[in-house]
Design a protein around this ligand. Structure first.
Ligand code: ARG
Length: 400
């Protein structure tokens, strides 16, 4: 491993990263700098910072990355309509590259020789942290203590924490593993590991059960400029306020619950549930604008590349030429996605009920069946003849 003198640790304040902090000091006798990011996980990060220092960190950084996370990561995925396996809006996956970016920045500024993360050896997050760091600074060493340390259970970690006076919350065994940020909440473990079991209500953190959501629908209008949401009900909002607001209204109506069995990068299937009211509302509205403003062939191509985009994000390849090139492609198409979408929020669903845009390809005179109809019906005859021609030829051959 070579000499480890100074490291930067992605520190959440939870049991694993707290034990890692102390373990690193004991094992390498090194300096540990803790870094925590506020990505909208709704925790007191000043408390987390103090905890890092109490546990032995030489310095503890806390950065508010909510806005950068939304604008530079989440909104790009939104413009691509990237949903992993057609369902997951990628909150956790989008969050790792921004953490990797700041780990590297701090390591460079502080002259550290390694960065450290608390991900396990069977998840996606190890890959995302490490591929991210490798792409940004291939010289930095990467440590993943949870992958190779001696502790075999949570109990052993707690025992170590108590022995070393590491401040930990002695709560009852938490039944779920939760990763939360402003874009989505990922929830797994406990009873969720039985894919046949319906998730119990206590697994969800923010959404009202759809059947208990208000009996009256709520209408909202979202305004987009070049594929980016900028206003709700005509009120301009900054990205953090906008997404938070949509999380609130969406959660109230039970929107954004996702229950899926997903294909992890390391080859296993896992059952995870998600809550992403704001993201799902935004994806629904943005898609509506796409269908209004883009032609069919572009839509098909975009749909196909959205799958690729989601896979790249999920696989930890954010810092890659492929993702950057796809963003350029998506930007070109999103330059037409300016306009308003009206949604009806009701009992777990966000249903588009209205859309308008200066770039709309919908033309009343072409679409209408009333007297204003301007479509050239005669042209239909030639179109049909040529469209059906190959099949007429085939039918005239033997064996068809
Ligand atoms: N399955 C999600 C992903 O790979 C989330 C992983 C973290 N989940 C958690 N509950 N801690 O992006």
């Amino acid at each position: 491993m070579g000499d480890i003198k100074k490291v930067v640790l992605a520190y959440s304040g939870g049991l694993d990263t707290s034990v890692i902090l102390k373990w690193l000091i004991e094992k390498f006798n090194c300096e540990v700098i803790a870094f925590s990011a506020d990505v909208g996980q709704q925790e007191d990060l000043e408390e987390v910072r103090q905890k890092a220092l109490k546990t032995g960190a030489s310095k503890a950084y806390v950065f508010d990355l909510k806005e950068e996370f939304i604008t530079e990561y989440c909104f790009k995925a939104l413009k691509a309509q990237a949903l992993y396996e057609g369902k997951y809006p990628l909150g956790t996956a989008l969050n790792r590259p921004i953490i990797a970016k700041y780990l590297v920045e701090i390591a460079e500024k502080e002259g550290a020789d390694a960065v450290v993360h608390g991900a396990t050896g069977k998840g996606n997050d190890q890959v995302r942290f490490e591929a991210g760091v490798m792409a940004l600074n291939p010289k930095l060493k990467i440590l993943a203590p949870v992958r190779d340390w001696e502790f075999k259970s949570r109990e052993e970690e707690i025992e170590y924490a108590l022995k070393h006076n590491i401040p930990i919350e002695i709560t009852k065994d938490k039944p779920y593993s939760i990763d939360r940020n402003i874009w989505s909440i990922s929830i797994e473990c406990g009873v969720l590991e039985d894919p046949w079991q319906e998730p119990p209500e206590d697994a969800y953190l923010i959404t009202t059960p759809p059947e208990k959501a208000p009996d009256k629908p709520e209408y909202i209008t979202l305004t987009f400029e070049k594929g980016i949401p900028v206003a709700v009900n005509g009120e301009k909002l900054d990205p953090v306020t906008l997404v938070s607001k949509l999380n609130d209204v969406g959660a109230r109506h039970g929107i954004g619950r996702i229950d899926m069995v997903e294909s992890r990068l390391v080859g296993i299937k896992s059952r995870e549930i998600y809550e992403a009211p704001g993201a799902i509302i935004l994806y629904t509205a943005h898609k509506e604008l796409e269908h209004m403003c883009l032609d069919r062939e572009t839509l098909r191509l975009k749909e196909y590349l959205a799958i690729k985009y989601a896979d790249l994000v999920y696989y930890g390849l954010w810092f890659s030429p492929a993702r950057e090139a796809l963003d350029a492609f998506m930007d070109t198409l999103n330059s037409r996605l300016t306009g308003d979408v009206r949604l009806k929020l009701y009992k777990g669903q966000a249903v588009p009920v209205g859309r308008k845009s200066p770039y709309s390809v919908y033309q009343y005179e072409l679409a209408t069946y009333d007297a204003k109809d301007a479509f050239d019906h005669k042209a239909g005859e030639g179109f049909c003849k040529i469209w059906g021609l190959p099949y007429a030829v085939m039918a005239s051959k033997k064996g068809y």
